[in-house]
Design a protein around this ligand. Structure first.
Ligand code: ADP
Ligand code: MG
Length: 323
């Protein structure tokens, strides 16, 4: 099982940022309203995620770190009605197999918490401990037992850049989440819970960008589309600033990206990657999110309809604004 875990880990845990993503998603699944991410040296030294979610039941502490154990899917049918972020039950096990992992967790109705430590796959005992309600995951010695992988980590700045990007995606997908990111003791982002998406974009990307955004919104049947796109006079063009969220999760979609490019074609915009913060809400049963382990690509039942919706919404909008 040890070897299998390490192989599986390669797929899910590519770098420190993958850990941050998986653990923040677990916190969201546990209904956390606040997540603090603490990083030391690009994650190579420490990754600590603290949430105020519903915690792990004492009897489930061991289950949480075993491979393919998930509390989120009961049968194959559930695969078609995914409302939670995680559903494969492999992230925590994979993380534990390539690092030292310490978990501390307490449920709201329990008077003490439980802790457990896993060192390169060697599982310690579950012990009682005092801790606040919620879960704290602490990862040290990342890739300590796989020196080759450790060597392949890029500079600490680059790794932190990837972490910051994952953090931003989750923060943008969940404006009502209080999210904090620290690196080497310094607060990088402190984002209070907010109803206002623009506030959040502002805090993450600055005023210069938010001043040049246009609100769009549209509906087609059960599908809703809304968000901000760059004014055609905005000269910033960057693939990284093309955010697309599907039912609260960051995704990548070539077809929709193409629609975006098409809508701007011939306009003043410089560059091929117009800035966008787009949100799609569609019935979960009309999309398959189970195509790839990292779950960023999806398969829509009717991708043509979404393509047309995005393209026509943007074209109509651009006709109505001053260029
Ligand atoms: P998955 O998210 O696919 O279920 P994971 O390996 O990411 O698998 O997590 C395993 C299990 O550990 C989860 O199903 C959940 O029961 C528990 N767990 C992990 N992180 C948290 C958390 N922050 N709060 C509560 N439970 C958690
Ligand atoms: Mg998970």
């Amino acid at each position: 099982a040890h070897v299998v875990n390490k192989i599986a880990a390669g797929e899910v845990i590519e770098r420190p940022a993958s850990i941050v993503k998986e653990l923040m998603e677990n916190s969201l699944d546990a209904l956390a309203t606040r997540i603090e991410v603490e990083i030391v040296k690009g994650g190579s030294e420490l990754i600590r995620i603290v949430d105020n979610g519903e915690g792990i039941h004492p009897d489930d502490m061991l289950l949480a770190i075993s491979s393919h154990a998930t509390s989120k899917i009961k049968d194959a049918d559930d695969l078609f009605h995914i409302h939670t972020m995680g559903f494969r039950g492999e992230a925590v096990a994979s993380i534990a197999s390539v690092s030292r992992l310490h978990i501390r967790s307490r449920q709201p109705d329990a008077d003490t918490g439980r802790e457990i430590e896993v060192r390169s796959g060697a599982i310690g005992e579950v012990k009682p401990c005092g801790c606040p309600v919620g879960t704290r995951m602490e990862i040290t010695q990342l890739f300590g037992n796989t020196p080759v992988r450790r060597k392949f980590l890029k500079s600490l700045g680059t790794e932190f850049g990837h972490i910051s990007e994952q953090f931003s995606r989750i923060a943008l997908a969940n404006p009502r989440l209080h999210a904090v990111l620290r690196h080497n003791g310094k607060t990088i982002y402190e984002l209070p819970a907010s109803e206002n998406l623009l506030d959040r974009i502002h805090m993450l990307h600055g005023k210069e960008l938010t001043d040049k955004l246009i609100w769009i919104e549209a509906e087609a049947g059960p599908c809703r589309l809304w968000g901000y796109v760059g004014h055609p006079s905005l000269s910033r063009s960057n693939r990284k600033l093309q955010y697309l969220f599907l039912n609260n999760r960051w995704i990548q979609d070539r077809s929709l990206q193409h629609a975006l490019g098409e809508a701007y074609r011939g306009l003043l915009m410089v560059g091929r990657h117009p800035v966008s913060f787009l949100y799609l809400e569609i019935p979960p049963e009309t999309v398959d999110v189970n195509v790839h382990p990292t779950k960023t690509e999806v398969r829509f039942e009717d991708s043509q309809q979404l393509y047309r919706l995005l393209l026509s919404t943007l074209r109509t909008k651009f006709l109505s604004i001053d260029m």
